[in-house]
Design a protein around this ligand. Sequence first.
Ligand SMILES: Cc1cc2nc3c(=O)[nH]c(=O)nc-3n(C[C@H](O)[C@H](O)[C@H](O)COP(=O)(O)O)c2cc1C
Length: 371
Amino acid sequence: MTNTPVTSTAPRLFESTRLGNLSLPNRLVMAPMTRNRADDDGVPGPLMAEYYAQRATAGLIVAEAATPNAVGQTYPNIPAIYDEAHVAGWRRVTEAVAAAGGRMFLQVQHGGRIGHPDNNGGRTPLAPSPVPLPDTIYTPTGHQPAVTPRGMSPDDIRATIADFAAAARNAVAAGFAGVEVHSANGYLLHQFLAQGTNHRTDGYGGDAHGRVRFTVEVVRAVADAIGPERVGVRISPGLTVNGIQEGDTEEIYPALLSALSELPLAYLHVVYADPDQPLFQRIREDWAGTLIANPVLPRDRIPADGGRREAERLLAAGADLISLGRPFLANPDLVERLRTGAPLNPVRDQYLMYVGGETGYTDYPTLAAAR
Ligand SMILES: Cc1cc2nc3c(=O)[nH]c(=O)nc-3n(C[C@H](O)[C@H](O)[C@H](O)COP(=O)(O)O)c2cc1C
């Protein structure tokens, strides 16, 4: 993990840059993080506006996963982006961030088999094939075994693609600069990519070219709806989270990138990017557009440098922007702390998700407040 040298010619973290039509004051991106603070109808409220506005010095904020329809809902109190109340709630958030000088994309996520009837109004979750998650799902009454999802019909596929496109239009109406299509971390699009969850025998299954088709069609529909320069895509090659077994990882991502490269998309966002990994190097070679890399940091803590060294190694290996999750979560003024080498607030894990409220959400102190 430590072989790639940090070179002096690599782009600098704190240097301004462009992303499509946006000017970014630095190359740091706040990674999308689900915090379960929307109301029971998926509407973001003033507390979410405050949380994101506190973090507006990020070069770009990618707001947490929002569901494009009811059946795609993963967990309780996930925000949504399919009706007018959602647009109005998110508008409060984007206006607060813009007033604080920031820029935002919204991640759009359909959970697929990561969902539960108790979380989505009684619907059976949809998935490429009826393969249940071999685990539990969090619901309002606690963890419950995952149910067997319904394999998606051709009509379900068409309707879901249309819902992604509509969600993207709603996101732009709500003031987002663009959307990030979530094809990572074991949710619906990743379930299509992976052999373990996609047993389809139609054109959306089979070899890697068939399994990437759903993600490609979602991204094309979203790009048609709002313009490709407003669309990013998140991938997590090789990740086994949420019971994912990709099988032929080395086939999937070249096939996916070759299809996505036909569009001038805003960016590709790679989760757990390791600059010494051949697949990451291949992705950088295959992807001519902007690449956001989310470094591999220790799972149990934020490193003392906030991930700065890993970020600089990734920039040296060709990443254009660096996304950080937990460091931004616990440090609203992360950019200033990384720039000056100031110490970081640790994450208070017990307040991450499902608890609601401002504790562990909007009460992380800035350096100025701590002084
Ligand atoms: C509380 C929490 C919620 C997360 N929610 C999402 C999400 O909604 N969408 C997503 O793509 N990744 C999500 N992630 C993953 C992060 O975006 C990021 O990839 C991960 O935390 C690793 O980055 P870090 O080491 O800088 O935290 C979440 C992570 C955390 C800690």
